[in-house]
Write a protein that binds this ligand. Structure first.
Ligand code: CP3
Length: 336
């Protein structure tokens, strides 16, 4: 059993470290591959290259877990929406069509994503046994933000768009849950051993919709994972003190803190769950002393408890890999 799976299932307090967005973005060896592969979706569907990129941070830093190189938007892609990544602008999806969306069939969906499953298979064979291979999905709400193009500015949503479409969103969520569970199961069957559920835009859900758009969909997916004995880590980014309700309702095996959450508060209020992450990724752009000070706070707070070292969001594209290496060494050599 992988180190991460042991921590999640047996609450084993051994050390474990990996980073969100560790594959891609900031690594020169990734940029080299990316510069020769202009179409991002095609790159995600190239099983050999996806596996190679997944293993790049493992080779460089010997991290405890690998996360498969893919994207949360591969699901809307497989469900019929065109997905385009333009530098500086973020992802752009073609207009959503409910009628077409509801016509999707399981077989076709799994076939379209089969290169991802092949990449997982290739990677699992190359990865030593005690390292986890993490699969992932975007939670329904976060996918819908992109699918319906709800987010107009950087951190803001069009509430009116939302008011007029509550029923539509409920309908999309129900269908998405079905396909997301299939995608989780396919990834686990291919050789992944943990799933991380990114609800990166949970913080944009209006309070009155938090149950319907965030808690309940995550809970339903967790229910499926428990039935299938798949360890799952949730990341409801930006919901502040509602992390406590989220944890009580959804009951994930692991919960990733965002950088706004005070680790001392989390230790006191998030029960029966393995805590992961929290350190602000911006700290890696600062001096070594700042990095060490920031990391120490998390390591000391969670000492003796099953804590997985990670960040409060993904590694930033401008991160210097040497700083990542220093942080890993510091964490590994820390003995109180
Ligand atoms: O962790 C990893 O490195 C594995 C691969 C991974 C990617 N995206 C590759 C990627 C993972 C786990 C994701 C998750 C993802 N994708 C999330 C949830 C996590 C988070 O950061 O909040 C979200 C919201 C997306 C959607 C997405 N994909 C956006 C907003 C963008 C553009 C900006 C960016 O780089 O984040 C992407 C593109 C993307 N996904 C890139 C990579 C390496 C950059 C593509 C490029 O090189 O242009």
């Amino acid at each position: 059993m992988s180190n991460l799976k042991k921590i999640l299932l047996n609450k084993n307090p051994c050390k474990s470290i990996w980073f969100m967005r560790q594959a891609g973005r900031y690594l020169p060896e990734f940029q080299n591959i990316r510069s020769k592969n202009k179409d991002f979706i095609k790159l995600c569907l190239n099983s050999e290259l996806s596996s190679e990129i997944t293993l790049q941070p493992i080779k460089r830093f010997d991290l405890d877990s690998a996360i498969i190189f893919s994207d949360i938007l591969m699901v809307p892609y497989a469900l019929g929406q065109n997905v385009k990544f333009t530098k500086g602008l973020g992802p752009k999806l073609s207009d959503f069509n409910l009628k077409e969306f509801l016509k999707n069939k399981e077989n076709n969906f799994s076939n379209k994503l089969s290169p991802i499953y092949k990449a997982i298979d290739i990677t699992r064979r190359k990865l030593v046994k005690d390292k986890s291979l993490i699969s992932f999905i975007g939670a329904p709400w976060t996918l819908i933000v992109y699918m319906l193009n709800i987010k107009e500015k950087k951190e803001e949503i069009n509430l009116q768009k939302l008011d007029n479409s509550k029923e539509l969103i409920d309908q999309i969520i129900a269908t998405l849950i079905n396909f997301l569970c299939i995608h989780i199961k396919n990834q686990i069957n291919a050789g992944a051993d943990v799933v991380q559920i990114f609800d990166s835009w949970a913080g944009l859900v209006p309070d009155e919709n938090l149950n319907d758009f965030c808690f309940t969909p995550n809970e339903k997916i967790l229910h499926f994972c428990k039935q299938q004995k798949i360890p799952a880590i949730c990341f409801p980014k930006g919901i502040k003190e509602k992390y406590e309700d989220f944890n009580k309702i959804v009951k994930p095996d692991g919960i990733n803190l965002d950088s706004e959450i005070d680790p001392v508060w989390a230790k006191k209020n998030l029960k029966n769950v393995v805590i992961q992450g929290g350190l602000n990724p911006n700290i890696l752009l600062k001096e070594d002393e700042d990095i060490i000070e920031g990391a120490t706070k998390y390591i000391q707070t969670f000492q003796g408890t099953p804590y997985v070292f990670n960040l409060g969001h993904g590694l930033l594209p401008e991160t210097d890999p040497d700083k990542v290496s220093k942080l890993i060494n510091f964490y590994r050599n820390f003995d109180g």
